[in-house]
Design a protein around this ligand. Structure first.
Ligand SMILES: [Zn+2]
Ligand SMILES: [Zn+2]
Ligand SMILES: [Zn+2]
Length: 360
């Protein structure tokens, strides 16, 4: 640790990196220690706390799930009529720092982990909200020791204020999900979420779905709405997910709805509407470049033509002509035999789709 501190002093290592490194090692040791306990794993009993439930006032309990530690209302085990299903996400303490903390205070906080008052094991800390931190005994659930610390905390990586839900106006709470941190609406009937970007900023609000009653679904009796997802825009049955039908939109299908579509997608209106053979172009998303592009299909397979948006312009690539596939089968490479062996097991169609996958 000492030498590493010198590296920090010399500026070659950031505080945060060092602390993350240290914490990862340290928490690993803790987990190991817990597993080595003499009586092995105990049944996962919830730990009662004196923290009142925000919905019903009954005491909350500390629970451990495969996804981590969270608090659930003790009213959960009551009969259905009185049952309270309230849960509170706990943000791991290494994500939380005091509002007025400098870098050194942050390290002191981490190095001086609290010890359990009951069994003296080091405690793990979690942020309940901006003013409360929960310290849970590292031997939980075997030991039910816990402490609540009052203070003013903020989340590392997010300096901004509490944000208001852009759909319903309620407060949004920072949560940690499988795909990183995000804000979730605290209003239980509202499912709105917004991602916390790596830059520490909150992702822009998602576009409201645009009804397209003129576009009928194929497999179900329903019409499409245009939705905005993590992988760009797509058409989904209006009663999705009850009707599980989705498909990519054709460029020309967007044009009657320009006024309803979020400005961030307006560049799509200028995309070519057809390929070089007159096939309609459709909007796809490339996971590689994280950008939307347009392509065309022939007999349900990628035609080999596509257009990408670069520096404010749409640039077409490839051709939908049949001749292209033939030309591809005889590439002008130095080692003809090698190329032939590679191309041989593939049909024209699979070759084209493989080419498309390289974009995807
Ligand atoms: Zn409750
Ligand atoms: Zn303990
Ligand atoms: Zn909301």
């Amino acid at each position: 640790m000492e030498e590493r501190l010198d590296e920090v002093a010399q500026g070659s290592l950031s505080w945060t990196d060092l602390l993350n490194e240290f914490y990862t090692e340290f928490s690993g040791t803790l987990v190991q220690a817990a597993n080595d306990g003499p009586d092995g794993m105990q049944p996962n009993d919830p730990t009662p706390t004196g923290i009142p439930c925000g919905d019903c006032g009954r005491p909350m309990q500390i629970r451990t799930a495969s996804t981590g530690v969270f608090m659930g209302c003790s009213g959960y085990s009551l009969p259905p009529k009185e049952r309270c299903k309230n849960t509170v996400n706990l943000i791991p303490g290494d994500e939380a720092i005091s509002v007025d903390a400098d870098d050194e205070a942050e390290s002191r906080l981490l190095l001086s982990k609290r010890r359990c008052g009951k069994c003296h094991t080091a405690m793990d800390s979690y942020l309940i909200d901006e003013s409360r931190k929960l310290h849970v005994c590292g031997s939980n659930p075997d030991c039910d020791g816990y402490e609540v610390e009052q203070g003013q905390f903020r989340i590392k990586g997010y300096d901004g204020p509490v944000i208001e839900c852009d759909k319903c106006g309620a407060d949004m709470q920072l949560k940690t999900g499988r795909f990183g941190k995000y804000f979730g609406c605290t209003e239980s009937s509202c499912t709105n979420t917004r991602k916390l970007l790596r830059s520490g900023e909150v992702a822009p609000p998602k576009m409201d779905p645009v009804p397209m009653p003129e576009l009928q679904c194929v497999k179900v009796e329903d019409h499409y709405v245009l939705r905005d997802g993590a992988s760009g825009i797509f058409l989904a049955a209006s009663q999705f997910p009850r009707h599980r039908e989705t498909r990519p939109p054709f460029v020309d299908e967007l044009l009657p709805h320009q006024a309803e579509i979020d400005p961030k997608h307006h560049y799509l209106f200028d995309a070519p509407r057809v390929d070089d053979q007159g096939n309609r172009s459709q909007i796809r998303y490339s996971r590689k470049t994280k950008e939307q592009y347009v392509m065309s299909e022939r007999d349900g397979k990628p035609s080999g033509w596509r257009a990408l948006f670069a520096d404010g312009l749409w640039v077409e690539e490839g051709t939908a002509k049949k001749a292209k596939a033939k030309r591809k089968a005889k590439p002008k490479t130095k080692s003809k035999a090698k190329a032939k062996a590679k191309a041989a097991p593939k049909s024209d169609a699979s070759e084209v789709s493989a080419a498309d996958e390289s974009v995807d």
